[in-house]
Design a binder for this molecule. Structure first.
Ligand code: SF4
Length: 404
């Protein structure tokens, strides 16, 4: 799917371009104490490995800023210092060499403090994210608007942007996060209509999975499908590695980033299933996931519909009559006993990544496709055609041939 991306200014968070048509980046945030340099760096490496392009780290004490100074040269990804209440810690973070700042306009409120930070960020050549959050909105704005409504969030962001612009600071990225999904969506739409700064998307305080995942996907995907959004974060109450993985996967599933790891698709199973699809899919997911190959693999419960329905998959497995039917791009290439089918799937995935689709189809067992077809026909005769396709075809034919 092609999304017409909203054109925004571009800025650089370290080596990562944000906005202006750059790939949408995934962000996450550490949960360690920032003065624990080794623990925080270990988490940063884990987040980068899970798909985070940029990591935010809290900078809430002088020791945290000192920790950032040590981490910056060793981090695999750019680090953003998260600043609340104490503008002087923003200055300390700049001194530490961070790639960007995040300021919360709801709790650093003095205009002169914001401008001091902006001047120093300008000198250092780093961007600032204006991170508005419905839960910590300035109380004057809450009173004026009667609550954390989209207009209040956007007004908070625009006022902060004005302070920054006053000192010629323009490398700005904005977020207007809300924990209520429809209000989050409305806030970003309103903001996108008003400014051309790149936007960082997220549903704040989304909570633990699965609810937190669903809220984040609903809010972020809606906006991405409208072309809005330049970076994203899933704010989950979970190991942050999970949020980095989820963010990365969402972009891959939407076709906004290239596949970097396994995409396992599987049928939901039904009365036709010849195998425990859930158990087989779980085992395949774990074992193929360990290989780290960027391929799409299908696990289908029956050979009646499996190879056809999953013909887009690079590789697939369909069960039937005590056997596993391996297929590549919908073509059955090998038939193995059911007990060996996951082993065979893993083996074929490795061969496929080494040799490519054409070579593996050329190396197919010539009897496999016939055996799969025999099994399919056999199963249809036992179970019947659930879709009644042949019956319907005959009925359509009769209607078409009716006189007059
Ligand atoms: S592939 Fe077979 S078992 Fe799976 S849902 Fe479709 S018909 Fe049912």
């Amino acid at each position: 799917m092609n999304y017409d991306r909203r054109m925004t200014r571009q800025l650089m968070v370290g080596k990562v371009p944000v906005g202006g048509g750059a790939p949408i980046s995934v962000q996450s945030m550490t949960t360690t104490k920032t003065d624990d340099v080794d623990g925080t760096l270990a988490q940063i490496y884990a987040l980068a490995g899970a798909g985070a392009d940029i990591v935010r780290v809290t900078c809430n004490t002088v020791e945290a800023a000192q920790g950032l100074a040590v981490m910056m040269p060793r981090s695999p990804v750019p680090l953003i210092a998260d600043i609340h209440y104490q503008y002087k810690l923003a200055l300390a973070a700049i001194e530490a060499g961070v790639s960007a700042l995040r300021l919360n306009p709801g709790n650093i409120r003095k205009e002169e403090h914001i401008k001091v930070v902006a001047r120093e960020a300008l000198n250092a050549g780093i961007p600032i994210r204006i991170g508005v959050n419905a839960g910590s909105l300035d109380k004057d704005l809450l009173e004026k608007h009667g609550g954390p409504v989209p207009a209040a969030l956007v007004e908070s962001a625009l006022l902060e942007a004005k302070y920054l612009n006053d000192v010629e600071f323009h490398d700005i990225k904005i977020s207007v996060k809300h924990s209520n999904v429809p209000l989050m969506i409305e806030s970003y739409r309103l903001l996108a209509d008003t400014v051309d700064y790149p936007l960082h998307l997220g549903v704040t305080e989304a909570g633990p999975p699965p609810g937190g995942l669903i809220k984040s996907v609903a809010g972020i995907s809606t906006l991405l499908s409208e072309g809005i959004g330049d970076t994203i974060r899933f704010s989950l109450t979970a190991d942050p590695v999970e949020e980095a993985k989820a963010g990365r996967s969402l972009l891959e599933y939407l076709g906004l980033r290239e596949r970097s790891s396994l995409d396992l698709i599987a049928c939901p199973s039904c009365g036709r299933a010849e195998v425990d699809v859930i158990a087989v899919a779980e085992e395949a997911n774990v074992r193929l996931g360990e290989l780290g190959l960027p391929i799409q693999v299908a696990v289908m419960g029956c050979v009646v519909n499996g190879p056809g329905e999953a013909r887009e998959a690079d590789l697939g497995l369909a069960a039937g009559r005590g056997r596993g039917h391996l297929f590549i791009k919908g073509e059955v290439v090998r038939v193995v006993p059911e007990a060996e089918m996951v082993d065979a799937l893993v083996e074929e995935a490795l061969l496929l990544s080494e040799q490519g689709v054409e070579a593996r189809i050329a190396a197919a067992d010539v009897t496999a496709a016939d055996l799969a077809e025999e099994t399919r026909v056999e199963l249809l005769s036992i179970q019947g055609d659930a879709n009644r396709a042949s019956e319907r075809r005959a009925a359509v034919q009769r209607v078409a041939e009716r006189d007059g």
